[in-house]
Ligand binder design. Structure first.
Ligand code: HEC
Ligand code: HEC
Ligand code: HEC
Ligand code: HEC
Ligand code: HEC
Length: 451
């Protein structure tokens, strides 16, 4: 030990490295204990604990051999401040030194492994995804909390199962973290369905693709701009069916996701709003191609196609944004977050959330002011007005994120066809096959309306 100590003292670099590594090791253990005891809960703690501290620790460790190397070089150049060490295990002192070095290395390895394991785990939490990349992921993080999959962690859908998927995701994640640090993240963040795992590896972990859903009843509630916020309800029977359940003529909406058929398509760009070419391959390998008007078949002979799966329709299962202010306010009224018994609540809320605001603070203040001004002196119940203000602010804050340039309709939802083309990207009665058949836009194909 004495020899090691002397070398270190003589050599500043190694000494500094040891100091850093020791300090970081102590800091790591203390922080880890505090975190385990629940005394520290800040989401940035994970970044510090599992990324910054271990990185500094490793740098400290690297300084030690670096210092020894510099020292050795210096000595080789004739600057003989010490003789070369002759390793001889018959010398008891050297045995002690070797054992000491070995023990320290083992302890370091344990520490680094704990940190690496904790770091990998920590980076898979929703807190890491949503809060550390605060501004970047804020829209998706906020929307995720109010959606049916709020208990499903980001990585369950964004990282598939298996080692390969994990490594791929870590590499992509490192690149993205770099983009965040350098401010190179595009706003809004594009929907990169290209980069998503096949849905069977993500959705398929929880949802049974063969499930026969049969007919599902959907009730959509809308409200009027009149004083009474008059409600109309539309009931729709959605013919979801299942890949293997014959339902009337065909299998229903989930037919596209059948295992024994392939529906493939080419889109004009990554937003996938325009689909000029569709190819269906049946169970016996029979192929049927559909082309949008004025599209040449040969143009798609070599283009890579995407096989349709769950997320070509359910593209917003977790972070769902409302397509329009009207839809968002109607939902809040239907759920009672904005009181439907407050006169003109619908009209006023829609007007307030439709405004252009530069920041969240400005928007929340402006919404409170506009509703407050409208109801002042009208004799409305103050508690209802207060609820309407809070509900309207929440509608805005759940859908509009100026920092990421996300607003109404930025991210289209493919389930439906009212606010964006959705199903009608293909089902428009004009994608035509060689035999003259078209992808049908017949209303009754997908749902029975108005019961
Ligand atoms: C239930 C599955 C699921 C979960 C859980 C999920 N996502 Fe997504 N995410 C998707 C799908 C599918 C897309 C592709 C959307 C498209 O193609 O329109 C996507 C796209 C995105 C995008 C690209 C921009 C956009 O909105 O289209 C970001 C950013 C994103 N997700 C972040 C997150 C974050 C952060 C979380 C956790 C807070 C999360 N996701 C949780 C399925 C999921
Ligand atoms: C970790 C498990 C898990 C994963 C992964 C998952 N889901 Fe779900 N999903 C659920 C659960 C649980 C529910 C029921 C939630 C509820 O009703 O509260 C659900 C509900 C749904 C619903 C009904 C939503 C509604 O409006 O009630 C759809 C559609 C859906 N999932 C599609 C998907 C798609 C598409 C994916 C892949 C991108 C996916 N899920 C991935 C667990 C999961
Ligand atoms: C990429 C193109 C594409 C998109 C997008 C698409 N479909 Fe289809 N769909 C097809 C094709 C192709 C067929 C088969 C047409 C044929 O050969 O008769 C089909 C058939 C159907 C059928 C009849 C299945 C049966 O029982 O035989 C239903 C129902 C249907 N689609 C519903 C929907 C709904 C709902 C959406 C939106 C959520 C949607 N489709 C989106 C391409 C598409
Ligand atoms: C062609 C588009 C399309 C494809 C592909 C598709 N779905 Fe659906 N799915 C729908 C539509 C439309 C509904 C009806 C839901 C509605 O109206 O909100 C539905 C309903 C569901 C529901 C039931 C929701 C409920 O409230 O009970 C689940 C779960 C679901 N889909 C999961 C999946 C999974 C998992 C896959 C992939 C294996 C998949 N879907 C593929 C269009 C599609
Ligand atoms: C290819 C399948 C398909 C075809 C064809 C189709 N729809 Fe739809 N429609 C849908 C889906 C999917 C939804 C969304 C259901 C949901 O939001 O849960 C929808 C939603 C709607 C809604 C909105 C209900 C609401 O308030 O949320 C109306 C209205 C509607 N369709 C009318 C029509 C009419 C009229 C036609 C014929 C011109 C038609 N649809 C053809 C699949 C289809």
């Amino acid at each position: 030990m004495l020899w090691l100590f002397r070398t270190f003292v003589r050599n500043g670099i190694s000494l500094l490295g040891t100091a850093i590594a020791t300090a970081m090791a102590v800091l790591f253990v203390v922080l880890l204990l505090l975190e385990q005891a629940g005394l520290l809960t800040n989401p940035y703690l994970g970044l510090l604990l599992f990324v910054a501290v271990p990185a500094a620790f490793l740098i400290g460790l690297l300084f030690v051999p670096l210092g020894l190397w510099v020292d050795a070089r210096r000595r080789r150049r004739g600057d003989l401040r010490a003789e070369w060490l002759v390793v001889d295990f018959s010398v008891p002192r050297q045995r002690t030194v070797a054992a000491g070095v070995l023990a320290l290395t083992a302890a370091n390895l344990v520490l680094v492994s704990v940190a690496a394991f904790g770091g990998a785990h920590y980076m898979e939490t929703t807190e890491f995804c949503g809060q550390v990349c605060h501004t970047t992921m804020e829209p998706q993080y906020v929307a995720h909390q109010n959606a049916p999959h709020s208990r499903v962690a980001c990585v369950e859908c964004h990282v598939g199962s298996g080692v390969e998927a994990a490594i791929e995701a870590k590499l992509a994640g490192t690149r993205q973290l770099w983009h965040v640090v350098t401010g190179a993240v595009p706003a809004p963040v594009p929907s990169m369905v290209r980069n998503m795992r096949p849905a069977m590896e993500t959705c398929g972990q929880c949802h049974w693709p063969q499930k026969a859903h049969g007919d599902l009843v959907r009730v959509s509630r809308e409200f009027g701009d009149d004083e009474a916020n008059t409600e109309t309800a539309t009931t729709m029977v959605m013919k979801v069916g299942g890949p293997t359940t014959p339902l009337r003529e065909g299998a229903g909406i989930h037919w596209h996701a059948s295992e024994d058929i392939r529906v493939e398509y080419a889109a004009s760009d990554d937003t996938r709003q325009e689909i000029p070419y569709v190819r269906v391959t049946g169970p016996e390998g029979q192929v049927r191609e559909y082309l949008a008007p004025d599209v040449e078949r040969d143009a798609y002979a070599e283009v890579p196609l995407r096989r349709m799966d769950c997320i070509d329709c359910h593209n917003r299962p977790a972070h769902t944004f409302s397509s329009t202010p009207e839809r968002a306010v109607d939902r809040a009224l239907a759920e009672g977050r904005i009181p439907a018994n407050l006169p003109f609540a619908r009209r006023e809320a829609v007007a307030a959330v439709s405004g252009e605001y530069a920041s969240r603070d400005e928007a929340l203040a402006a919404i409170a002011r506009s509703l407050g001004d409208f109801y002042r002196g009208q004799g409305s119940r103050p508690d209802l007005v207060e609820r309407a203000i809070a509900g309207t602010q929440a509608v805005w804050a759940g859908n509009v994120f100026p920092a990421m340039r996300v607003t109404w309709g930025t991210y289209p939802n493919h389930i439906g066809h009212l606010a964006s083309p959705g199903c009608f990207r293909c089902h428009d009665d004009s994608h035509t096959a060689a035999d003259g058949g078209v992808i049908s836009g017949d209303c009754g194909l997908c749902h029975d309306l108005g019961m």
